[in-house]
Design a protein around this ligand. Structure first.
Ligand code: SF4
Length: 177
């Protein structure tokens, strides 16, 4: 269910245009995280858009990853530490691109943010998952296990906030959560 739509618009300005553009990175897997961090650490204002509730993508689901065959948890932790220290980076999870207008360097992008049903006061305590009864196939584990209707993808999920499955909204489970 989609509840809100937001728009990211950054027309080209005069002067030194290269340093005044915002940078939009679509996709919050480890490559998108790294691209967003590199740009933010260089001084760009960066918006990182990710469709799932948390960052990491496919690499976060793997035991090790190319090219150095590091553990994915190690690569994720390094990037998440950099991200927590980075004020130039604005992260939008549960968000998808629905439209792009314009050309390179002068464009507008329409984003649609899906509701998490949990606000920023979440402490990641997990109590909601304990009381919710509904279970669903766990996407993070390729459907080989179940997760609750109130869940977080994994122990390293960032942002550290639970999400309610839209399927429990309007049910007793949502009230208990
Ligand atoms: S939403 Fe769930 S995990 Fe977050 S503070 Fe509330 S009970 Fe705890």
């Amino acid at each position: 269910m989609c509840k809100s739509t937001s728009e990211f618009r950054r027309p080209v300005e005069g002067g030194d245009r290269r340093n005044k553009r915002d940078t939009l990175v679509v996709g919050g897997g480890i490559s998108g995280m790294t691209a967003a961090l590199e740009a933010a650490e260089f001084g760009k204002q960066v918006i990182l858009v990710e469709n799932p509730p948390s960052l990491g993508g496919r690499v976060s689901q793997l035991y090790r990853y190319f090219p150095k065959l590091c553990h994915s948890t190690c690569g994720m932790e390094i990037n998440l530490k950099r991200m927590r220290q980075q004020s130039n980076l604005n992260l939008l999870t549960m968000t998808e691109v629905t439209d792009v207008q314009g050309d390179a360097g002068n464009y507008s992008v329409t984003l649609k943010t899906h509701p998490r049903y949990v606000n920023e006061n979440c402490t990641n305590c997990g109590d909601c998952a304990d009381v919710v009864e509904a279970e669903f196939d766990d996407e993070y584990n390729y459907g080989m296990s179940k997760r609750k209707g109130a869940y977080t993808a994994n122990e390293m999920a960032h942002p550290q906030r639970y999400v309610l499955d839209p399927a429990i909204i309007g049910t007793d489970d949502a009230t208990k959560a």
